[in-house]
Design a protein around this ligand. Structure first.
Ligand SMILES: *Cc1c(COP(=O)(O)O)cnc(C)c1O
Length: 385
């Protein structure tokens, strides 16, 4: 009998392409291969129409207007474009950026780069659940503040920030608000206008679309966001992001968003049932939740078993389960997670964490097997301790 691949429970790192998404992408690799900027013939013209329809559909899903979507290679590039582009465009007005300590590296490393260029960056702390304090945010704003960038939902612990209120505070002070919503789009309802969002990064491969395509939402009215580009060339995407458009990627991205938004309610009910069940079983063997008990992505479970290394658990279940110790970007090194440290955990405690990310293609049985495997692993690891 051939060995079964491990059950995939790392949906924050990436997701498989949904077959419904793959189907609509296929023709755009072969017969419909036109360059969306080549408007002199039907190949290019058709590609251009297709891209516009995808743009419209993605915009609608987040409450934006069609012309407010800029396609990029993913959330990393969107984060870079938002921070570098807005800060550089406004450098005569001010040089201050506010973000927070639990952001993805795409934000933190871009902020560090801005510091090296002479910009001022405030990194707000978070409470034990991963939330920033809104009063602290208000007092951090100065005459020089240009942009506030706070992530929508955290990729390690799933904590969902009070985005609408953060945006309202930004606007009261005439400051722009950007949010990295790579983990939120397709998982929680988003309306960028109602939520006071001026710029928003998101990505296709976190929601069952292809890798290498994402978008930046850029508000065009009240206020109109202006920013410098960071990629120069053919002037695509209103001169904001040059480069031949990834037409198959865009088609897949748009289908992925459509499916995620229309199936969100049912999926979330299923995920909540699963993560509640797992939490209950894990708590019975000493598991403690990392993150917020309620304001959390329901498919996420970040949990620690004090005294037992997360790596040891992962190794002992690795034939059956694909789970991770933290974020995909940090599992290569033994550095403690900056997110867990920010919650106030010690370095030692941070190594006790595992992260489970349920996904669309998991089944009740997967969850039962995973729960059993992890509970067994905890029981045997605590014996040899
Ligand atoms: C995955 C992720 C990113 C990076 O997105 P890519 O599309 O892979 O570049 C950025 N921020 C958050 C919160 C993420 O989860």
């Amino acid at each position: 009998m051939s060995e079964q691949p491990p059950i995939y429970l790392d949906s924050h790192a990436t997701t498989p392409v949904d077959s419904r998404v793959f189907e609509v992408m296929k023709p755009y690799f072969t017969e419909k291969f036109g360059n969306a900027s080549s408007l002199d013939h039907p190949y290019g013209y058709d590609a251009s129409v297709t891209v516009q329809l995808a743009r419209e559909s993605i915009a609608k899903a987040i409450g934006a207007n069609t012309d407010e979507i800029i396609f990029t290679s993913g959330a990393t590039e969107s984060d870079n474009l938002a921070l570098l582009g807005v800060m550089e465009k406004n450098k005569e007005k001010g040089n201050h950026l506010i973000t927070c300590v639990t952001e993805h590296k795409a934000i933190l490393d871009t902020a560090k780069h801005l510091e090296s260029l002479g910009y001022d960056v405030t990194y707000l702390p978070v409470d034990e659940f991963g939330l920033i304090d809104l009063e602290e945010l208000k007092s951090a704003i100065t005459e020089k503040t240009i942009l506030i960038s706070i992530m929508f939902a955290n990729n390690e612990i799933g904590t969902i920030q009070n985005v609408s209120q953060i945006g309202a505070i930004a606007h009261e002070h005439n400051v722009l608000f950007h949010t990295d919503a790579a983990q939120a789009v397709g998982h929680i309802p988003i309306d960028v206008k109602k939520m006071n969002i001026d710029l928003m990064s998101f990505s296709s491969h976190k929601i069952y679309g292809p890798k290498g395509i994402g978008a930046l939402y850029l508000r065009s009215l009240m206020p109109r966001v202006k920013l410098n580009s960071i990629v120069y060339g053919g002037g695509q995407e209103r001169n904001i992001r040059s480069g031949t458009l990834n037409v198959p990627g865009i088609v897949g991205f748009s289908k992925a968003v459509e499916i995620a938004v229309s199936e969100m309610n049912d999926e979330n009910k299923k995920y909540k049932k699963w993560t509640d069940l797992m939490l209950e079983k894990f708590a019975a063997v000493g598991g403690k939740l990392n993150g917020h008990p309620e304001n959390r992505l329901v498919h996420n479970l970040n949990i620690r078993f004090d005294g037992i290394e997360g790596k040891a658990i992962i190794n002992s279940v690795s034939k059956k389960l694909a789970i991770s110790a933290g974020s995909a970007c940090t599992t290569q090194n033994v550095e403690p997670s900056h997110v867990l440290l920010a919650l106030g955990l010690s370095e030692e405690q941070s190594h006790y964490a595992i992260r489970i990310g349920c996904g669309r293609f998991n089944t009740d049985d997967d969850i039962k097997v995973a729960t059993g495997e992890i509970v067994n692993s905890i029981e045997s690891l605590s014996k040899i301790r």
